[in-house]
Ligand binder design. Structure first.
Ligand SMILES: Cc1cc2nc3c(=O)[nH]c(=O)nc-3n(C[C@H](O)[C@H](O)[C@H](O)COP(=O)(O)O)c2cc1C
Length: 183
């Protein structure tokens, strides 16, 4: 199963179009796709418990109980992860950051023992405004992948001016992930 996490409030926007392109690519290649919309999910920000670390450091679980725990389990079950975020201020959206900040804390210290270790990760940054900031956003996503042990398969910048051809790129990249996880 390939989990596609996307994080925009707009169901008809550029980010949603990218997420659906990824779904189409996975389906078309005969893979199993699960789409998950982070906006609207009850997943709050990290509380930096204790002196900065809570149960995330040694227990590898987050002690702040909300929708995070169920999604953390889904991510661990997935064979590959696709993250599609709108570009906000040259970075991921707040809903994506909330989830990934907490995921990073739980997974980062597991090293090769982590269930995410080595799984291919596809990052998509959708910039619907000026188009600036896709690269800084993808850089943050690459750092995140590195911290949590995911293998950066690709990072795709999508701007409203490049939408037409980049949606094809996203579809093809997601289809390629299906072959990648069979290797
Ligand atoms: C708070 C905020 C910050 C934004 N920052 C950027 C930006 O740095 N670069 C850009 O091209 N667009 C920026 N935008 C525009 C979003 O990237 C644009 O709304 C994008 O299409 C979001 O995807 P959507 O169509 O799914 O809403 C920003 C939008 C918001 C709400």
């Amino acid at each position: 199963m390939i989990l596609v996490l996307w994080s925009s409030p707009n169901d008809g926007g550029l980010t949603a179009a990218c997420a659906h392109a990824a779904e189409k690519g996975i389906d078309g290649a005969g893979g199993e796709c699960k789409l998950y919309k982070l906006d609207g999910a009850i997943i709050g920000s990290c509380h930096a418990c204790g002196n900065g670390w809570g149960t995330c450091r040694d227990g590898h679980v987050c002690q702040v109980q909300d929708g995070f725990q169920a999604l953390h389990e889904e991510v661990k079950k997935a064979e590959s992860l696709v993250a599609v975020t709108p570009v906000y201020w040259g970075d991921m959206s707040e809903s994506a950051k909330n989830f990934f900040d907490r995921l990073r804390r739980c997974e980062a210290l597991l090293g090769q023992k982590g269930e995410l270790h080595g799984k291919p990760f596809l990052a998509v940054a959708a910039a619907g405004g000026s188009g600036n900031g896709t690269l800084s956003c993808l850089t943050q996503m690459e750092r995140l992948a590195m911290h949590i042990g995911l293998r950066m398969f690709d990072g795709i910048p999508v701007k409203r001016f490049t939408r037409q051809y980049q949606l094809n790129t996203v579809e093809c990249a997601a289809a390629a992930l299906v072959s990648e996880i069979k290797k």
